[in-house]
Design a protein around this ligand. Sequence first.
Ligand code: ZN
Length: 134
Amino acid sequence: MKISHIEHIGIAVKSLEEAIPFYEQKLGFTCYAIEEVAEQKVKTAFFQVGETKIELLESTDPEGPIGKFIEKKGEGVHHIAFAVGDGLQLALDELGAKGIQLIDKAPRKGAEGLNIAFLHPKSTLGVLTELCSK
Ligand code: ZN
């Protein structure tokens, strides 16, 4: 497995409408996409920062993963996502063999058409970690 860069950082927000102006007007980024991922019960907004993106996540359902996260911890950094090239299944198999607990044993579709999979924060020192490939 070879991780090439941080693909994005996922940040849970209560409201995209309130959060986007902070990133655009205060930090000077441009939101280039807003996309709903129904399966994850989120609406996402993306900003490009060098090779990395900021992915804002607004819950569309209080029972969804982001809804629960915000209720427990409030707004803030939710996960970090690493790009692994095109060998996502191999990377998952390799990490599984190394004893890392996988939330997704096989890749699934995430925002922007990427193949994604999450590693369990119990195995990653408390950081919810996502791997993605094109
Ligand atoms: Zn993500």
